[in-house]
Ligand binder design. Sequence first.
Ligand SMILES: [Zn+2]
Length: 245
Amino acid sequence: MVSKTIDMLRNELPVQQESLVLSGEVPTGLVLVDVVNGFCTVGAGNLAPVRPDKQISGMVDESVRLARVFCEKKWPVFAFLDSHHPDIPEPPYPPHCIAGTDESKLVPALQWLENEPNVTIRCKDCIDGFLGAIEKDGSNVFVDWVKTNQIKIILVVGICTDICVLDFVCSTISARNRGFFTSLEDVIVYSHGCATFDLPDDVARTIPGAIAHPQELMHHIGLYMAKGRGAKVVSEVSFATPKEA
Ligand SMILES: [Zn+2]
């Protein structure tokens, strides 16, 4: 049933995906959205996978691969960490990623990022990281990061494709279109570097107030929506050495 629906969706809502080759000639920044235990590590909390999840572990692996290369090359990396005050809920979600707990920490395979000089880490207490990067004085840590590094391409990975990744991508594109950053040209979503959670309809029906969220479908819809708002979607990211001048 779900696989038939996915085939139908892929026909009716196709998402053309390109390949991205990064050489460093165009300043590129990597944005990691919420690759934290609370969303990625089995059993870590209310919104964590309950069993090993191929899409989520693939997303973590690709995030680690890209982060390693970006850090080797000293290219800018920006990591959002979902992080909530215990007394401030985030409806419609149950409590998750409470600040100071393991849930709001980067997954073990990415914790080394905390010590890398080219990495900016931003805790956010909302779905949309662009809004979550606004400081009390009105400045925006993410906007400043793009400007300081003169970033032309933002490559986005993380979780969830259709929620935090999508909202961040949409806001960033609107901000670019309004002239918030003069350098920024493209926002690129890497499909295998993104994942979403799985809550099939038959399970959702047993949880009061829950809404069905089949993983493959919602991942696809997230990519489709991002593309429709003006993001590029790629299915491959590789690295090339820059040409000699
Ligand atoms: Zn949250």
